[in-house]
Design a protein around this ligand. Sequence first.
Ligand code: SF4
Length: 240
Amino acid sequence: MMRASIASIESFSTVDGPGIRSTIFLNCCSLRCKYCHNPEMWAMGKMNMSSDELVAKIRHFKPYYGTMGGVTFSGGEPLMQGDFLLDVMPKLKREGLHLALDTAGIAHTNIAAILEYTDLIIFDIKDITKERFYALTGGDIEDSWAFIAIANRLNKKFWLRQVIVPTIHDNSAFLKDLALYIKDHFPKENILKIEFLPYHKLGSEKYTTLNIPNPYHDMPEMDPLKCEQLYREFLKYYNS
Ligand code: SF4
């Protein structure tokens, strides 16, 4: 039986997928997004829970999930603990639960097997060209594309998320390109939702505490109202 390094469990989340859900935050991430508000989760940390222990915990909350809710694996990057997912997801499926994966699509070699047990992918786009993706995250967008290709082959449903950072994503050129990117990479009928998340600085003190340089120390927060306007502008391009 596999063990996982779990940073925390949010028992009654209403934002990490449909309905009321338990969100499992798995430690470890190979990306270094400049806006990351969880740098304390980059490292793997202690293996502190077995798959059976997690299933027992989840079973306790099952009555609250209703018909729509369930369990979301988030992080960090949950695929970094893909072997644990392969162990625990079939067990949760046997409990009849809806399972979501909140991911940037980076890391694991057995993505198809994990997606077999995934009802919804909450996919963090981050950016849309190889150069821009690398500049923002330090990662390779081709990993992301490989993940999307496998998910599309399996006809998986997506919630798409885009963090909007001032000076980088808050302009018409990016919004137009993002609309095209989404149309090119995801079948429209499989996109259940597209969300813009305004960049915020809630995690910035963690950089000081951990003594890690904060690349966005001087970046202003994204105004949530402006972010809504940008979303409406994006929808015009996306729906045209
Ligand atoms: S993928 Fe998430 S956890 Fe990893 S660096 Fe980016 S924001 Fe942080």
